[in-house]
Design a protein around this ligand. Sequence first.
Ligand SMILES: Cc1cc2nc3c(=O)[nH]c(=O)nc-3n(C[C@H](O)[C@H](O)[C@H](O)COP(=O)(O)OP(=O)(O)OC[C@H]3O[C@@H](n4cnc5c(N)ncnc54)[C@H](O)[C@@H]3O)c2cc1C
Length: 427
Amino acid sequence: MRNNNPPTYKIMARQDKIWDVIVIGGGASGMFASSILGARGKSVLVLDKNKNLGEKLKITGGGRCNITNNEPDIHKMLKVYGEGAPFLYSPFSIFGVKDTFKYFESRGLPLVVQARNRVFPITEKALDVFKVLEKEMKKFHVEVKSNCAVKKINVRSDKVESIETNNGLLYAKSFILATGGMSHPETGSTGDGFKWLRDIGHTVKDSSPDIVPLAVGDLWVKSLAGVSLSFMKISFYQDGKKQFSKTGKILFTHFGLSGPLILNSSKKVDDLLQNEGKVTALIDAYPDTNEGKLEESIIKVFDNNKNKVWRTILKEIVPEGMAKAIELINMGLDFNTKVHSITKEDRKKFVKLLKNLPVHITNLMGYERAVVADGGVSLKELDMKTMSSKLYKNLFITGDLLNISRNSGGYSLQICWTTGYIAGQSA
Ligand SMILES: Cc1cc2nc3c(=O)[nH]c(=O)nc-3n(C[C@H](O)[C@H](O)[C@H](O)COP(=O)(O)OP(=O)(O)OC[C@H]3O[C@@H](n4cnc5c(N)ncnc54)[C@H](O)[C@@H]3O)c2cc1C
């Protein structure tokens, strides 16, 4: 007997529309790419698993957004990107630092250059950077589907065919993958893109927290939580041997040390920690004064306060906010001594201490505090003139998904603008 029942297929809800481009991930690079695509008249859909787009962008630079670094010389700029540099020459020639200035300033957000060439919006609000992108996306009718988590990328031969989401299958002529890295996962960047890229045959370097604060065990450091001191020199040691030094601003936190100087040292400290030897550091609170000169100025303060208790005049000597912390460092100094009774030996010990504040590094902080996690898709597998995958010609990859090491200082967001622009022009 003939079976008249229709065949049954397990099918997912299918949307009929075929978009020109679907952008997976509405962070810095995804939003930027979609605005460029919109301006080209493409039909664009941005998907994000979060309720709101750009959650990480909104917390960049402590809410101020270090949008790029003011180094218009491509060669000098690219040095920061280490092994990624040779791959980035062409992308930066297409959309570099000057173009970032032009893009945001011509859309009503002037940029200002601050210390160490770091560039910020004049309002010092990351939200204003977000608003420029959001406005641009609206202007060009970019559609956004939030609360939409992509689960899988379906490929056939050398093309991405569709994507599976919690709202069903979606189709497009091209796809831009912009799901970010793994730092601060609460912003939505949970490394999903790394997994998909591996699944479809790309080489993806494992991720580890990269630009990241240091966890330390010292109570005196933790007691300074919230204090930021702008001119300090830190030298790192392993097995008593000096490894490297840096001078700049240190931010003390309840878990250890942070701030640009520390963040930019974290990669080297990580390498040392991997060697299994203990890592310690000494902070020089007076890097531009030698011990002799420092002692002279301390003697002057002592002479003016002979009958006071040492503790009560500490704040006249040490950098602001540090007096209490100095007391916590047990160096055998009795700060209850009257100043006139301080021995020469203790005075010299005190001078040495201020130039060698001891720190014991226990670890690097994890993804939750990392500014950047390294790792990502191999640049060798991308056409850097278009940001397209060499394996799948309609797949474009941007931002933190790329395996590019860098320092803090606006270099990560510049990668987002550069790669987002190029993918937006090519997809
Ligand atoms: C605290 C902090 C401060 C920083 N400050 C600076 C700074 O001042 N200057 C600078 O240059 N760089 C800074 N960075 C780095 C910079 O924020 C990143 O390089 C940049 O945001 C990366 O952008 P992206 O587009 O690659 O990804 P992200 O901005 O991480 O966006 C990825 C998006 O994809 C979405 N997504 C992920 N998985 C899925 C999925 N399965 N389905 C759907 N959507 C998904 C996420 O929800 C997210 O919205 C900072 C980073 C941190 C954590």
